[in-house]
Write a new protein. Structure first.
Length: 137
């Protein structure tokens, strides 16, 4: 990531944080309808993909109990609004206890994620109201 992209990510941080904070509150209140409405009605200014991803990553670190799910929801809807062909993924991992993770992919590549993501998680897919687990190798 270039210095210019980092500066742009820093400038995007307040708006990313505000949007992300609203999503965290709405998810805690189990008000999912408003999460999607807010995302689809939001007006976003154009930003490069790297800067946008980094701004949400940094913003999530400034909000208490903001984990991967609200961050990935916010990033997914923001990038969709900008015209990116992104996918929202949720994966599970059964080790000693059940772990789950949520992330965003662009061109089938996870954004801002560890390279061993697919070795650690099985991706869940929602098709026709049933959940299907797909193990990617």
């Amino acid at each position: 990531m270039s210095f210019k992209e980092k500066i742009l990510a820093f400038l995007l941080l307040p708006s990313s944080r505000g949007y992300l904070k609203n999503i965290v509150v709405e998810l805690k209140n189990k008000d999912y309808k408003h999460v999607l409405e807010r995302a689809s009605n939001a007006k976003f200014r154009a930003a490069k993909q790297e800067s946008l991803v980094k701004s949400y990553f940094w913003a999530a670190r400034t909000i208490k109990n903001c984990r991967c799910l609200p961050r990935s929801i916010a990033l997914y809807h923001h990038m969709k609004a900008l015209g990116y062909d992104v996918k929202h993924k949720i994966g599970v991992n059964k080790t000693e206890k059940l772990n789950a993770h949520s992330w965003v992919e662009l061109h089938d590549k996870p954004l801002n994620e560890h390279p061993d993501l697919y070795q650690r998680f099985t991706v869940l897919e929602l098709t026709n109201a049933t959940i299907k687990a797909t193990k990617l190798t």
